[in-house]
Design a protein around this ligand. Structure first.
Ligand code: ZN
Length: 281
């Protein structure tokens, strides 16, 4: 499942492709024909992500709300040369395209989303209100997340995946951040120290922008250092390894202590951790 960094990168790409333009909006597959008709012929104001939700604001106070779910994809392609309006309906397509946006410079095709809906400004506010703070939003306030966590008896590893508590964190970031901070994933929210929560939030705030910039989740300390240096020097992060310390490394040696990485289902998702480094205290 795409995590928040993927949605923020997508929002950035869709915003730069379509904000300020009036794209043709269609549903080649037909399943979103009515929704597409509500948006077609209207200007795009901006595109933003909140957690794993995408919100595209149009100039008649309607929003396109997309959640990719497990298998959805939203591809953004730049045309080699400007495409005249009369050719916007003739761009070839492959597969089941739920929603298509075309303007003079770009094409975007949405396939297989969990959610694709046209909503009002009030409903968009409700979508945002249901989600916890998003570490990728510069002005995000982590306090509401902490208020929920410190009152909950659920495991911290489960709480970090609850989008109503903190938005955008998926399985990879939660496993890796808990390992980076040597926190036991089964610690109840009520047992988490304020400083530990602050460290989790700060680490997500530091790591997730590297994911937006690179398109991959970077959490291994040496890779984080290299990515930061590259970003500072060049303003971007190029291709590199897709490495993790514990995620999907069950049975392999922990990179810190050498004991075997463990795995277990927690709230329906596979958790990975080091039983020695992340021992209960
Ligand atoms: Zn270890």
């Amino acid at each position: 499942m795409p995590e928040g960094h993927t949605l923020h990168a997508l929002a950035r790409d869709l915003d730069s492709a379509f904000a300020g333009s009036t794209p043709r909006v269609t549903s080649p597959q037909g399943r979103f024909a009515e929704g597409a008709a509500l948006l077609d012929g209207h200007g795009v104001l901006r595109v933003e992500a909140h957690g794993k939700h995408l919100l595209m604001a149009f100039d008649h106070e309607l929003y396109l709300n997309v959640h990719l779910g497990l298998i959805g994809s939203f591809s953004v392609t730049r045309f080699a040369r400007p495409l005249p309006r009369q050719a916007w309906d003739d761009v070839p397509r492959t597969g089941q395209v739920r929603l298509r946006l075309v303007n003079e410079t770009h094409l975007a095709d949405l396939r297989g989303p969990t959610l694709c809906a046209v909503i009002t400004a009030q409903e968009a506010a409700t979508v945002r209100g249901r989600l916890g703070p998003d570490p990728l939003q510069p002005d995000a306030d982590p306090a509401p997340a902490w208020e929920r966590i410190r009152r909950s008896r659920r495991a911290i590893a489960e709480l970090l995946m609850d989008q109503s508590i903190i938005a955008g964190v998926g399985n990879v970031y939660r496993c890796e951040v808990l390992f980076r901070l040597r926190l036991n994933p089964f610690t109840a929210g009520t047992e988490v120290k304020p400083a530990s929560w602050q460290a989790v939030w700060d680490d997500l705030v530091a790591l997730m922008p590297l994911g937006v910039a690179s398109g991959r989740i970077i959490t291994v300390p040496a890779d984080v250092e290299a990515a930061r240096a590259e970003l500072a020097a060049t303003g971007r992060i190029g291709a590199g390894p897709r490495a993790s310390s514990v995620y999907k490394r069950a049975g392999q040696p922990c990179p810190v202590c050498g004991s075997r990485i463990r795995t277990q289902l927690l709230a329906g998702r596979s958790l990975f951790w080091c039983g020695r480094c992340q021992r209960r205290r």
